[in-house]
Write a protein that binds this ligand. Structure first.
Ligand code: MG
Length: 364
């Protein structure tokens, strides 16, 4: 196995938002709790307690659907300032172990503990220590995964939730990844999954057998990274300064598009991706940018600053569509590419403001 082996821990709070609510409101304990929008509105589920998940309720699902799946579910409006407060507590605990901490969202982070302030050689012991301190100081449980790289650590933390601790030492990595479904590999979304399935590749082990060269020939340069993952290799560093400035999604049409309704339909689906991504990282955005490439490859971007932060698909799509209609030549010139991006992301370290709409924050 090539590449340096690090000792990486991925820590992920269990059903974070709903666990905070159940901690703070004892009458919610043991009950199916949904944090998110009211089922009577067009709201979505931000997070579901384990009791609610048993009914099939998942984050980003329409609240009305959640209510149908579980009529007894208790809907709670998100209390983000409380979640951010707990998030700060957790980060302070992480900071006692290493300065190489890369937060992924309010409730998730990578820690590189190859060298650490505790001078503890066993990452397993550090993970135990972190879980214990989190429990003592916040009253909440976290799951941790330990591995030689970020990919393995993240898959491991998800393996035995809630309150799990899964350690994958370097010599167990190949066995561990072999049976993983391809969609568990980092960066493999629905489109790539479908492509891999077409090739008859369903497990990471299938990709390995398919071979790196064949994969690169079929998928292009991304095949190389993907092959690496299929054998449990991942050279991405834990980056404490990693701080996304924007979230974007774009698409190139197979044939250039004139139809306004087709373009706005595309904006809607791009906005859905952007909103989901903002939700995943727990960072609402303050401005929306539309990117348009005409048939002659001229590319323009048009931006709009919002009155307040949002991570709502509706708001993003509406703003991008207005930009399309008012600030571009859509409908007159054929368009070959459309992109929607959200920027000015609210930082977890900024003082929290009362901007909250009901948000599709994911919380797995
Ligand atoms: Mg979580």
């Amino acid at each position: 196995m090539s590449g340096r082996n690090r000792k990486i821990i991925h820590v992920d709070m269990d059903a974070f938002f709903t666990s905070v609510e159940q901690r703070d409101h004892p009458h919610l304990r043991g009950r199916p709790v949904v944090v998110g929008g009211s089922p009577k509105s067009r709201g979505v589920v931000a997070a579901a307690s384990y009791e609610a998940r048993r009914f099939g309720i998942r984050s980003a699902m329409a609240s009305s659907q959640a209510a149908r799946l579980c009529p007894g579910a208790i809907f709670v409006t998100p209390n983000f300032d409380r979640y951010v407060e707990v998030s700060h507590q957790i980060r302070e605990i992480f900071a006692t172990v290493t300065s190489l901490v890369e937060p992924l969202s309010l409730d998730e982070a990578y820690l590189d503990v190859t060298e650490n302030f505790l001078s503890e050689p066993l990452a397993r012991n550090i993970a135990r220590y972190l879980k214990q301190r989190i429990r003592e100081e916040t009253g909440l449980t976290a799951s941790a995964g330990v591995g030689p790289n970020k990919f393995i650590a993240k898959v491991a933390s998800d393996f035995r939730k809630p309150d799990g601790l899964v350690v994958i030492p370097p010599e167990k990595v190949l066995d561990f990844v072999e049976k993983l479904p391809v969609e568990k590999l980092w960066g493999v979304g629905p489109a790539t999954t479908a492509r891999l399935h077409e090739l008859g590749l369903r497990k990471a082990g299938d990709i390995r057998n398919f071979g790196q060269e064949a994969l690169v020939r079929t998928l292009g340069s991304s095949g190389e990274f993907l092959y690496g993952l299929s054998i449990g290799e991942d050279s991405r560093e834990v980056d404490p300064s990693s701080d996304p400035k924007s979230c974007g999604s774009e698409t190139t049409f197979e044939t250039d598009i004139l139809s306004i309704s087709e373009l706005t339909e595309t904006i809607r689906s791009l906005s859905e991706h952007v909103a989901a991504e903002l939700g995943k990282i727990g960072r609402p955005a303050k401005s929306v940018t539309l990117k348009v490439r005409y048939d002659d490859f001229t590319t323009i971007t048009r931006s709009q600053t919002l009155k307040r932060h949002t991570d709502q698909e509706e708001t993003i799509a509406r703003t991008a569509s207005e930009l399309l209609l008012r600030k571009t030549e859509a409908g007159q010139r054929p368009i070959r590419l459309l992109g929607v991006a959200a920027s000015g992301l609210l930082s977890p370290d900024e003082p929290i403001q009362l901007w909250f709409e009901i948000s599709p924050f994911s919380d797995d």
